[in-house]
Write a protein of this length. Structure first.
Length: 388
């Protein structure tokens, strides 16, 4: 019975969240003026705007240089190389089965970086790209600092700086997060979902996340609102950093020998740390989960590894969330409605318990909540099928 239920729940997971909440997908929809969806085969909107601004300005070049045909051509090559670099960088980040860039992607980015360096080694875009290509290599911080000096309000700069301070344990991380919060970089729907995720985590739990949009809202709640700071957030994206891996090792984590972060890396991380009680966010793409399904049980809004009693744990979580579920926040975007569908696996576990124990009152309440979530997320037929 448990096996059949889990198959249904994983199918539901793939329907409701596998694609919608990848950070790349979110940015792709932002570009198309659709509700933000979660970690990009695009150039980040903020960066594209920067490129457009620089294309029209003389911040780096003098007016005399700009009117010169030769310098105009150099500037054009600089802009084109930056656009190509950001495209490859975003394509690499878009992968749903790895965080690390392939050798081919690294070679392509290095070629574009060389073109940018030759055209304008003091430019903002070059400084930022020089840091980005390191994938959180803290030894390259001087480039990021220079990018910040040239454009202190750039969102990508603040994103990278927050990650840098998380890796190094710097107190300035909160300042970066406050700037992102003030700019409304993350929607209310993402922040609300992050709060639900933290609310369903066990005390002193460890939660693995995938990328920007399922990590930073959690950090904001912890660092700015001081909410559930007992939960340790482990970012697969930041795992590319040697300094980050070293910091986790000092905290007692056993880490894979390979530094290439992909589905195998996560599998080994789970296998090497059976006593830690790792939870994996439902926003982690399904390819990462395929090889570790036997380790996973649904608990709240995450997959728990080596859970002793997932049914009891879900009942406890449900009781804690009962007030929130009865007056559930109404999402403003399609993404928010889809993310709330991630509550349905837990509710289906509760429903299954109610059926077994013949608790008709609980069954009626849970089924009502399931249908309401399903209608809002456009998955009513799928949910009804799972309830039969």
């Amino acid at each position: 019975m448990k096996y059949i239920l889990l198959i249904g729940l994983f199918l539901l997971y793939q329907l409701s969240v596998a694609q919608q909440n990848s950070p790349e997908k979110q940015e792709e929809e932002k570009e198309n003026s659709v509700s933000p969806v979660m970690n990009s085969n695009y150039v980040e909107p903020a960066m594209r705007e920067e490129i457009r601004k620089k294309d029209k300005s003389t911040r780096v070049m003098s007016a005399q240089d700009v009117v010169s045909p030769e310098s105009s051509l150099v500037h054009q090559r600089y802009v084109q190389a930056n656009v190509a670099f950001q495209s490859t960088y975003s394509t690499s980040k878009k992968s749903t089965s790895r965080k690390s860039a392939t050798p081919e992607e690294i070679m392509e980015m290095n070629l574009k970086l060389e073109s940018m360096r030759a055209a304008n080694p003091t430019g903002f875009e070059y400084q930022l790209a020089e840091y980005q290509i390191g994938h959180h290599d803290v030894s390259k911080i001087r480039y990021l600092k220079e990018a910040e000096r040239l454009n202190p309000t750039n969102k990508e700069v603040q994103i990278q700086l927050a990650a840098y301070h998380e890796i190094t344990g710097g107190a300035e991380k909160t300042t970066c997060l406050k700037k992102l919060s003030k700019s409304k970089y993350f929607s209310d729907d993402l922040l609300n979902y992050a709060q639900l995720v933290l609310a369903t985590m066990p005390k002193n739990g460890v939660l693995i996340t995938h990328g920007t949009n399922d990590t930073y809202p959690l950090w904001m709640l912890q660092d700015i609102n001081n909410y559930r700071s007992d939960v340790t957030i482990v970012s697969l994206d930041l795992m590319q950093s040697e300094a980050y891996r070293q910091r986790l090792a000092k905290k007692g984590f056993r880490l894979p020998a390979s530094s290439f972060v992909d589905t195998q890396f996560l599998k080994e991380l789970v296998q090497l740390n059976p006593s830690i009680g790792i939870h994996i966010s439902m926003t982690v793409p399904s390819p990462y989960l395929n090889s570790i399904r036997s380790y996973l049980e649904i608990e709240g809004l995450s997959f728990a590894t080596n859970s002793a009693d997932f049914a009891t744990n879900n009942q406890h979580i449900y009781q804690q969330l009962l007030k929130e579920l009865e007056g559930l926040y109404v999402p403003k975007t399609t993404l928010g409605k889809q993310l709330q569908l991630n509550l349905t696996p837990m509710l289906l576990v509760i429903r299954n318990t109610a059926v077994i124990t013949n608790d008709k009152r609980l069954l009626k309440k849970v089924e009502k909540q399931l249908i309401e979530l399903a209608k809002a997320g456009g998955k009513e037929q799928q949910i009804k099928s799972l309830m039969k």
